[in-house]
Design a binder for this molecule. Structure first.
Ligand code: GAL
Ligand code: ZN
Length: 642
């Protein structure tokens, strides 16, 4: 079990003259930094010309870290192939859906299915691994960086061939593929494998099954690249754990569940989105997701920002205290490491306006003072490391379903499954209840309540999994337009939601997307979506003006299954979620005023830490379940040892 909280950020010393490095590590020590990520974007300097390696300067970086007791997440530099790569192998550059080949000059300029990219990436990985496998600074392999951030899908001929190979391994025959994709429609029946293409730009909508499988294939191609590097690292450096930084909750092109299964420890990056009204709730979603991806075990926050980022339309600097609240919120939700992009703010390059631990203005700054104070605070919280968050509630989330619903020909483009999941999560957050995220086919035992905000696509086994959970006594709440199609995006017939008609005791014959709000008998309101439903065995708890059901409850086995046929407004949704929490006997660890986040982390031996984070401008009193009251000042956070 780790006995420290990892603290630090991406260190990119190659951007600076060597004289700066000594100062960097001295300041790192001053700030309590004990971990940095190095080498992430070093490929063009480690291998300046194809096959010609220069590790001298990087040896000095690693030695400096070891001499100062700072551990390294040592990256394989494969996220950004050097210019020579694009020049020598233009066929390995990515191609967009319009057939446009992209150029080198930014990063992730490679086709994920390119054999030559893989060869060159593995060669530099081998060099890094053999050179540093026994280095005292090495703590963790940081494989690549944010797989698929910019090149998640490539439509080139190489990718097309790899896609066909993927399809052949998933479908026993071309006829099975024709059947799964429903190619009798619009005269798309394939007579030869060679006719099958990625969903490149077409006159009208692409085939939904083709689009969905291409997204699965593209995600798998990235997971395979990870596995190739990881396996080489395992072979050359047995026992050193490996990770890659996911973008859980923010970027949906890569199947995080599939990635997580291959990682020795889950790490992720999170950035506040300024356009969100309460970005700290989005942070909580990402953190809960990361913890769930790691099976509840502590995870690593590989990157977040000390202040502004540089890639949103308007990049808001963080308010005083926000950096600390954000960091402690990740810690509260199970992170055993709090790291930033990046250590020293760049002077040049596309990210020179991105905040860092050490700002352009130097150490006499708000950011530096907060960074140093946080380092000291985390050192004092070492006892938190290794403890866990126990959640009674899970929200089901699946990338295939998100991808399938992303097809442009839907009853409404306004029902966004990711935003719905986040809205339901936010309702729990406001109720002070911490939840996990779970895959529809994942293990649901141990939860009391399972929420299904938006799961358009569900496999037969996923459908059965939820039924089994309820039969065994669980409570579920299912949102509209869930359980609609099978794993090939084919409609489940006989009345919607075909997967869960019996479980919910409801049958739906038609969808009615809305162009404005709709009033419910309870006084609440819905918008965007409604359904013409009939309760078969369910009890109707709320209705539209027409008397048709808006909210139903069905007894099933030892549990109950609730269903909503509209997208409830935030207030009405909060009430329904409060009702299902009460029914499932789910309670928050404390009572607290709105805007105050309270989460508990516990060790198996009973030692625990209650984090209370006040995101408001008013002092707040938090009362724990055992009746203890603590005041948390405006904008402050307290960690109560129990
Ligand atoms: C991440 C990336 C970092 C840096 C950061 C800026 O997506 O991994 O390298 O670009 O964003 O916010
Ligand atoms: Zn390609």
């Amino acid at each position: 079990m780790p006995d420290v909280i990892a603290y630090g950020g991406d260190w990119n010393p190659e951007q600076w003259p060597e004289e700066t490095w000594e100062q960097d590590v001295a300041l790192m020590r001053e700030a309590g930094v004990n971990r940095v990520s190095v080498g992430v974007f070093s490929w063009s300097l480690l291998e300046p010309a194809e096959g010609g390696f220069d590790f001298g300067w990087f040896d000095r970086v690693m030695d400096l870290l070891a001499d100062n007791g700072i551990a390294a997440n040592l990256a394989t530099p494969t996220a950004s192939p050097p210019p020579w790569f694009g020049d020598a192998y233009p066929e390995a550059l990515p191609v967009d859906s319009a057939g446009r080949r992209l150029h080198h000059g930014s990063r992730q300029g490679f086709c994920p299915s390119s054999p030559i990219y893989r060869e060159k990436a593995l060669r530099v990985t081998e060099q890094v691994a053999t050179r540093y496998r026994d280095h005292p600074a090495l703590a963790l392999w940081h494989v690549h960086n944010e797989y698929g951030c910019h090149n998640a899908r490539c439509y080139c001929d190489t990718s097309a061939a790899a896609f066909r190979a993927w399809l052949r391994s998933h479908y026993a025959s071309l006829e099975a593929l024709n059947d799964a994709w429903g190619t009798a429609f619009w005269s798309q029946h394939y007579g030869e494998w060679a006719q099958v293409l990625p969903p490149r730009d077409t006159p009208s909508f692409a085939n939904p099954g083709q689009q969905l499988d291409f997204r699965r294939f593209s995600s798998d191609a990235l997971v395979e690249l990870y596995i190739a590097e990881r396996d080489l690292l395992r072979e050359l450096a047995p026992g050193v754990p490996a990770t890659t930084n996911l973008m859980a909750g923010a970027h949906w092109d890569m199947d995080c569940w599939a990635f997580a299964a291959e990682l020795d420890v889950v790490s992720t990056d999170h950035y506040l989105i300024g356009a969100r009204a309460e970005p700290h709730i989005d942070l909580a979603f990402a953190a809960d997701y990361a913890r769930s991806l790691n099976g509840g075990r502590p995870w690593l926050l590989m990157e977040h920002s000390t202040s502004a980022v540089n890639w949103q339309p308007r990049n808001r600097a963080k308010a005083p205290g926000e950096l600390r609240r954000n960091s402690l919120a990740h810690l509260a939700r199970g992170a055993d490491g709090i790291m930033f992009f990046q250590w020293r703010a760049s002077r040049a390059g596309a990210e020179k306006w991105h905040s860092a631990m050490l700002p352009h203005a130097g150490v006499d700054t708000k950011v530096w003072r907060e960074v140093s104070a946080l380092g000291a605070e985390l050192a004092g919280l070492a006892e938190v490391a290794g403890s866990r968050v126990k959640a009674d509630v899970a929200i089901l989330i699946d990338h295939s379903s998100v991808w399938a619903q992303d097809h442009p020909a839907q009853p409404s483009s306004e029902l966004d499954p990711v935003e719905e999941a986040k809205r339901w999560h936010a309702a729990l957050w406001r109720a002070g209840i911490t939840c996990d995220l779970a895959h529809p086919e994942g293990d649901l035992t141990g939860y009391r309540l399972v929420l299904v905000p938006a799961l358009y696509l569900v496999s037969d086994s996923g459908a059965a999994n939820l039924e089994a959970f309820v039969r065994a006594g669980g409570v579920t709440l299912v949102g509209p337009y869930s359980g609609i199609v099978d794993e090939h995006d084919r409609v489940r017939l006989g009345g919607y939601p075909g997967a869960w008609r019996d479980l919910l005791g409801v049958t739906v014959e038609e969808f009615f997307p809305l162009d404005g709000p709709i009033r419910l008998a309870s006084g609440g309101s819905g918008s965007v979506w409604s359904e013409v439903a009939r309760a078969t065995s369910a009890k109707v708890l709320d209705t539209y003006a027409t008397g048709e059901p808006a909210w139903t409850r069905n007894a099933w086995g030892d549990g109950t299954a609730h269903y909503l046929t509209t997208r409830l407004g935030d207030d009405a949704l909060a009430e329904v979620i409060a009702a299902v929490c009460a029914e499932a006997e789910v309670r928050p660890p404390a009572t607290s005023p709105p805007g105050v986040e309270v989460v508990r982390r516990s060790h198996p031996d009973g030692r625990s830490h209650l984090f209370a984070i006040n995101h408001t401008a008013e002092d707040a009193v938090v009362t724990t379940a055992s009746g203890e009251s603590v005041t948390v000042a405006a904008g402050d956070a307290r960690v109560i040892t129990g």
